[in-house]
Design a protein around this ligand. Structure first.
Ligand SMILES: Nc1ncnc2c1ncn2[C@@H]1O[C@H](COP(=O)(O)OP(=O)(O)OP(=O)(O)O)[C@@H](O)[C@H]1O
Ligand SMILES: [Mg+2]
Length: 613
């Protein structure tokens, strides 16, 4: 149950301050994206308000002129000349403004597009430099995704609210200043009419904001449920276990709970608003009666009566619009907070780009006393690891599920920094290297390898962008990875679109996708290959062939191979057994068998599985 009592004035003041800060940031962002368009857009708002002010004033002059003519206070010819001038001025100004308005719409359209692009470019740049740990942090990632996905619609809403508020602000201020000079009582009546309503509405907007804020965890859950119901990845299991109905029900229950809460809160607010609305209407009535009496008793002219009446209604309307926009912006504040938090992320969130790797094309990796805990966890996933991969050497890692093998791969790729100890690359601490430069020197197949909804050829060529058009190299990489045969059987061979994201694409089997990933890593032609379970999805025949290839590659390059299959691990010169994050044995296949330790035991268990009974 929501407790709305916790909404305090201090909190709402703080949120208002945040809102104003966010508005300032949005305008600065617009300014940074396109100064000319921003100026034009705000300039037009200014012009159109000046137009409305002048047209109200010219109308007053026209009425006064006609009244003077009726009262014979002015010569008919003079009156006609005056009237012609006022009418001409009025129509020329409004024609200019309406023609400019046509371009103003264009400018606003262009600026919103540029704004959306500008935000997206900035978010992409952030995503590309963000440390991997933030992608694995659900709260952070979820907010990032939300900002990314909702940037389009929300940014447009925010933009229009801001420009409209600016225009209405100019209009309200100009009419209010005039009233303050000539009819201060009316100004007081306007304030009585709209201020209490404004304070009330901003409290309500604040309440709505807090309600949305307090629902973030539940909203995240239902968004997750909704995306799961639509995901190709989950749908098979959802149906088999009947989970789809369960999740759908959970979604509906939560949404309906939100609905009921909203209805309750909104109804209560509507009741409370009634006296304020009566007050507002009352002050409008008094203001009108006041200037009408003044006009009847000749204290002001008929033109002035009309002018003050317009000034009153227009400034009141503008203030209402400002408030309406502010409360709409209040609701966007959560999004704006997140957006600017991401756009202003400090350097500590990003991967460091240090010095340049100096050594040539051979990598010598030395892992020294390395221990590692994942951020936010107290468990050591790796403990005091010492390992070396010399140029040209092949090293295999074996160990149970969860032993820490993939974690070591992530550390070697520079995705995480060791908690203790260090990784030396040709004698230099990996922490200090230019990661982009270093990563060009490693070819990796991740355990959770990916693929791209591009052509088969591109899927391989992406391993080395400079050579993406080098068909011979792509074919050779495909050949080594055992992918050539199936690619050549695809309807469009190397031009075949992979994946079902776009029309004309086809789904490959997991084993085939893994071979594409392997071909991509081979394409990189890097001095160090890191293969984390590269044949986990291969059939026995393919696997045997692949290991022949990997063995060949190991002759030319350094290799770090992770595999649960001991028959394949044998090819490595050095085998390292990891258990619960610690190295428990190191040696060649023959040495470890002779030693009769953990490796020998596991090897025999597997070998026994293959023997005929
Ligand atoms: N992003 C993460 N955040 C926190 N803990 C993690 C993360 N990734 C993995 N772990 C934990 O680290 C431990 C080691 O995981 P890792 O993936 O390195 O094991 P592995 O040896 O590769 O296992 P497998 O043979 O199943 O691939 C596991 O206990 C896992 O729970
Ligand atoms: Mg693993």
């Amino acid at each position: 149950m929501l407790n709305l009592k916790r909404i305090t004035f201090a909190k709402s003041k703080q949120t208002l301050r945040r809102l104003l800060l966010n508005l300032k940031r949005t305008v600065s962002l617009l300014w940074a994206i396109d100064k000319k368009l921003t100026l034009t857009s705000f300039g037009f708002q200014l012009l159109s308000q000046i137009e409305s002010l002048t047209s109200v004033y010219l109308f007053k002059l026209m009425i006064d002129n006609v009244v003077a003519l009726i009262n014979k206070n002015i010569e008919p010819q003079q009156a006609l000349r005056n009237l012609t001038l006022y009418v001409f001025l009025n129509f020329s100004i409004s024609t200019i403004i309406s023609v400019l308005g046509n371009y103003a719409n264009l400018v606003e359209g262009l600026l919103t597009e540029k704004l959306i692009n500008g935000i997206n470019y900035r978010l992409h740049r952030i995503a590309n430099r963000l440390q991997i740990k933030y992608f694995e942090d659900p709260a952070f990632y979820d907010r990032y995704e939300k900002v990314r996905r909702s940037s389009q619609g929300r940014v447009i809403r925010v933009f229009y609210s801001i420009t409209e508020t600016f225009g209405e602000f100019i209009s309200a201020v100009s009419f209010l200043v005039i009233l303050a000079f000539f009819q201060p009582l009316i100004l007081v009546l306007i304030l009585i009419g709209v201020l209490p309503l404004f304070v009330f509405n901003s409290f309500f907007a604040h309440k709505k904001y807090l309600i949305t804020d307090s629902r973030v965890p539940e909203s995240r859950l239902i968004n997750y449920l909704s995306s799961m119901l639509f995901s190709e990845f989950n749908t098979k299991e959802l149906r088999i276990f009947g989970l789809h109905r369960h999740f759908q029900k959970l979604y509906e229950e939560t949404s309906e709970k939100f609905n009921r809460e909203n209805a309750r809160v909104w109804l209560r607010e509507s009741h409370k608003r009634v006296p304020l609305q009566i007050l507002s209407q009352g002050s409008s009535f008094i203001a009108f009666a006041y200037i009408a009496y003044k006009a009847i008793f000749g204290a002001i002219s008929l033109g002035s009566f009309n002018f003050y009446n317009s000034a009153y209604t227009r400034s009141e309307r503008s203030i209402r619009r400002i408030f309406r926009n502010l409360s709409a912006l209040y609701e966007e504040n959560l999004y704006l907070n997140d957006l600017f938090e991401f756009l202003n992320l400090s350097e500590s969130f990003f991967e460091k780009s240090g010095g340049k790797i100096t050594a040539g094309n051979n990598l010598e990796i030395k892992i020294e006393n390395l221990s590692f805990q994942y951020p936010g966890s107290k468990e050591y996933v790796l403990k005091n690891i010492n390992l070396e991969i010399r140029p040209g050497e092949s090293l295999a890692l074996v160990g149970k599920n969860g032993a820490g093998k993939t974690t070591l791969v992530k550390l070697l790729c520079g995705f995480y920094e060791p908690t203790d100890g260090r990784i030396l690359v040709n004698g230099q601490d990996l922490k200090l290297l230019d990661l982009e430069e270093y990563r060009k020197k490693i070819g990796v197949v991740f355990q959770d390898f990916s693929y791209y909804n591009f052509s088969a050829g591109e899927n391989i060529g992406f391993g080395r962008l400079e050579e993406i058009n080098n068909h011979k190299k792509i074919e050779a990489a495909a050949q080594k990875a055992g992918a050539r045969e199936f690619i050549e059987k695809l309807p469009k061979k190397y031009n075949q679109l992979i994946g079902k994201q776009f029309e004309g694409g086809i789904n490959l089997s997991i084993g085939q996708l893994q071979r594409l990933a392997l071909a991509r890593a081979f394409m990189a032609d890097a001095p160090l290959m890191i293969l984390d379970e590269p044949t986990s999805a291969s059939d026995a025949e393919a696997e045997a062939k692949l290991y022949g290839q990997i063995e060949k590659i190991a002759e030319e390059k350094s290799l770090l191979l992770i595999s649960h299959r001991f028959s394949t691990v044998k090819i490595a010169e050095k085998i390292c057994v990891i258990d619960k994050g610690k190295i428990i044995e190191v040696g060649s296949h023959a040495e470890l068998l002779k030693k009769g330790g953990s490796y020998a035991k596991l090897y025999r268990i597997q070998a026994k599985g293959y023997k005929d009974k």
